[in-house]
Design a protein around this ligand. Structure first.
Ligand SMILES: CCCCCCCCCC(=O)SCCNC(=O)CCNC(=O)[C@H](O)C(C)(C)COP(=O)(O)OP(=O)(O)OC[C@H]1O[C@@H](n2cnc3c(N)ncnc32)[C@H](O)[C@@H]1OP(=O)(O)O
Length: 219
């Protein structure tokens, strides 16, 4: 699949482009938060829009033909920098920071005003997306990656905007199907529970486990 590619880069270049991408995405995230919460008058909004249009035109000077995709390299491992939940250069991603402890995955994320659903609370679709990512990554991390087939989400109590922790782990596998579970927690305790089935797509079946992780995996 063309969205997965090999791109060798040096460690120095990786450090440089990481810093540039994180800086830009962070600035745009701050702009989104400022946009949701601004109370300035029309003139200031008009002036801000001119600046934003100029910045957009600058960035449009040179663009990828499509999405970032998922890139592999010996130095950088896997780069899913366009990912909507964890992508390092994607300002839409909150982003969720993932850490790995054996087969358990922990995602930490601070959800601000841009992720609101009910007043002061996190949008349920955002929570489902974070869980989809974490459960899928748990399956991938355990060496049994797959596309989300089914994701069941149970919202046990409201999730207040602010810091949340997403936990995920592989429950079991059945052939090409991986079953993962996870939770979202805040200071209030567990707010959401999820379980999902992740299925190796037909085109990836028969590959070695290593190849499957490099061509199906995303987390
Ligand atoms: C990848 C690592 C990811 C890391 C991070 C992930 C975060 C992001 C995750 C995503 O957002 S993935 C994008 C959302 N998901 C998709 O777009 C998936 C679209 N669907 C497909 O690609 C295929 O339908 C799928 C790979 C899920 C299943 O492939 P097939 O339709 O060819 O399945 P097949 O007919 O061969 O059935 C294989 C087994 O899976 C079962 N199955 C099929 N579809 C299912 C389903 N949707 N839910 C549960 N089980 C399902 C099916 O019953 C059967 O079970 P048994 O072997 O026990 O008989």
């Amino acid at each position: 699949m063309s969205e997965y590619s090999i791109e060798e880069i040096t460690a120095d270049h990786l450090a440089h482009i990481t810093a540039v991408a994180q800086g830009l995405a962070g600035d745009v995230r701050a702009l989104v938060d400022a946009t949701v919460r601004t109370q300035v008058g029309d003139d200031d909004v008009a002036a801000a829009r001119e600046h934003i249009a100029a910045a957009t035109a600058l960035l449009r000077r040179e663009q990828l033909p499509g999405a970032f995709g998922i890139r592999f390299s010996a130095t950088a491992g896997k780069r899913n920098w366009g990912n909507a939940m964890v992508g390092l250069r994607n300002p839409v991603a909150p982003p969720m920071h993932m850490s790995y402890d054996g087969e358990k995955i922990t995602g930490t994320v601070d959800l601000g005003a841009a992720y609101e659903g009910p007043a002061g609370l996190v949008h349920g679709g955002i929570l489902a997306a974070l869980l989809d990512q974490a459960l899928g990554s748990a399956a991938e991390n355990a060496g049994v990656p797959g596309m989300t087939g089914t994701l069941n989400v149970r919202y046990r109590q409201a999730t207040v905007l602010g810091p949340v922790t997403v936990s995920a782990w592989l429950d079991r596998t059945e052939g090409i199907k991986s079953f993962a579970k996870g939770t979202v927690s805040t200071a209030d305790g567990v707010t959401v529970e999820a379980d999902g089935v992740f299925i190796l797509p037909r085109w990836a079946r028969g590959q070695s486990q290593e190849d499957a992780v490099r061509t199906v995996g995303e987390g």
